[in-house]
Design a protein around this ligand. Structure first.
Ligand code: FAD
Length: 408
């Protein structure tokens, strides 16, 4: 792959983190051609993690999350189109059709359309989601009308649900978290680690009800109050109902593009779906460690994809395999995940201070696959090398990398 020339025009679809980082990284590598960034939201690229943390808890305004300030956009010489979604991609002609009828033609296209909140087949208008700036603005407007101790139901005890519940508690409200599974996060981190984490909500004074079968959410009046209705006919009255039940990739606009769509856009080790067309971030289904295809909704992965693609398009060089990293601030604790642990991996607790700080090591068929840390950021990062190259469990346990002092 030869480097892009100043005559090239890169069209990036999706003005979120991955799209914006792609623009920044291309410029950092010296790309001198045209860059167009297209987003369907009415905002310049902004950061999502603070939405469920600082913005929800009232510490930041939504504007605080802006990544691409006017100064940064000007410095990166990016033509930003907002409020117009892409509806069609012609990969032969490198043409992107927008919802307002415009057609943007380039020499290269980057698909960075991310994911959207998964929806439940329940009463829609009365539910609140937490994926976009507008979602959080709508939700916080409702929350400001509530008083201390008011009940807010949170459907889903995954990462977003837990962060939302934490923020609600910080605001003085009474979150009640409703989870369908017997324990939170078992579907993501496995039974064992889910058990290790199950005490967090109660320790923080947040009520978690597991094993809940919700059949409906009924609006009560027209101000946002609602009843959550359970399978046994019982009801929970809430002043607001927030849903956090995962996300799904935004690929519908690519339906007739001819690209391979399978849980996102399938890409090769250079993030490409075909020459001059690439996908990055939450929407990309990529081969991790050169093997298993995964789609990972992590902030760091989106940034790493963008950096790897820009480097490949500008220099032809492949980047080192990325190590997925994720963090979540919930119930006053920090959970961090490295690698790609799966729920059916073997897991053992390899470090435990006994004070709510531990490190879990995941492996599959004798090879390390990931680490999960509760309030152990340093031990986690000391272990990162385990995931940059295939490492056996036996070697790891002999090495104990998490105990190496910083000066070593
Ligand atoms: P997105 O951020 O989804 O951006 C894609 C953009 O493309 C969106 O603006 C979308 O509207 C737009 N778009 C979609 N379709 C079209 C179209 N057809 N045409 C034009 N534009 C389109 N990760 C962590 O690692 N740690 C955290 O603590 C964490 N917290 C989070 C908290 C919240 C509330 C959320 C929602 C996410 C969190 N994440 C976290 C995940 C992280 O934010 C995502 O991995 C990251 O935003 C992915 O960036 P992206 O650009 O790939 O996708």
């Amino acid at each position: 792959m030869a480097g892009l020339s100043p005559l090239d025009h890169v069209v990036v679809v999706g003005a979120g983190l991955a799209g914006w980082r792609t623009c920044e990284e291309l410029r950092r590598h010296g790309f001198a051609g045209r860059l167009t960034l297209i987003g369907d939201e009415p905002y310049a690229p902004y950061d999502r993690p603070p939405l469920s943390k600082q913005v929800m808890s009232g510490k930041w305004t939504p504007e605080h999350t802006t990544l691409a300030t006017p100064e940064k956009l000007a410095a990166a010489d990016v033509e930003l189109i907002v409020g117009a979604g892409a509806t069609h991609l012609d990969v032969e002609g490198m043409k992107v059709t927008l919802s307002d009828g415009r057609v943007v033609e380039g020499t290269h296209v980057v698909i960075a359309t991310g994911a959207r909140a998964r929806r439940l087949p329940l009463h829609r208008d009365v539910l609140y989601e937490v994926r976009t700036r507008d979602d959080v603005t709508r939700l916080t407007a409702r929350l400001s009308a509530l008083v201390s101790g008011d009940v807010v139901a949170v459907i889903g005890a995954g990462f977003i649900g837990a962060e939302v519940a934490t923020a609600l508690a910080i605001r003085g409200l009474r979150p009640i978290v409703l989870e369908a599974a017997p324990r939170p996060l078992a579907g993501v981190l496995g039974e064992e680690v889910s058990r290790w984490l199950q005490g967090l909500p109660a320790d923080a004074g947040v009520e978690l009800r597991a094993g809940q079968k919700i059949v409906a959410v009924d609006a009560v009046g027209d101000e946002g109050d609602a009843d959550v209705v359970f399978e046994d006919g019982s009801r929970l009255s809430a002043r607001a109902v927030v849903v956090g039940v995962g996300a799904q990739p935004n690929v519908e606009w690519l339906g007739d593009s001819g690209l391979v769509l399978d849980n996102g856009v399938v890409v090769d080790q250079y993030q490409q779906c075909r020459p001059r067309v690439a996908a990055v971030g939450d929407v990309a289904n990529f081969a991790w460690f050169g093997g298993e295809h995964v789609r990972i909704e992590h902030w760091q992965v989106a940034s790493d994809h963008a950096a790897a693609l820009a480097r490949y398009w500008m220099t032809g060089e492949e980047s080192a395999p990325l190590v997925p990293y994720f963090w979540s601030d919930q119930y006053g604790q920090k959970i961090q995940v490295l690698g790609h642990p799966r729920r059916d991996d073997d897991v053992r607790r390899v470090k435990d201070t006994g004070a709510g700080q531990w490190l879990g090591l995941y492996s599959r068929r004798g090879l390390v696959t990931g680490l999960v840390a509760l309030n152990q950021p340093r031990a986690l990062m000391l272990s990162k090398g385990l995931l940059t190259t295939p490492t056996t469990l036996d070697d790891t346990l002999a090495l104990n990398p998490w105990t190496v002092p910083s000066s070593a």
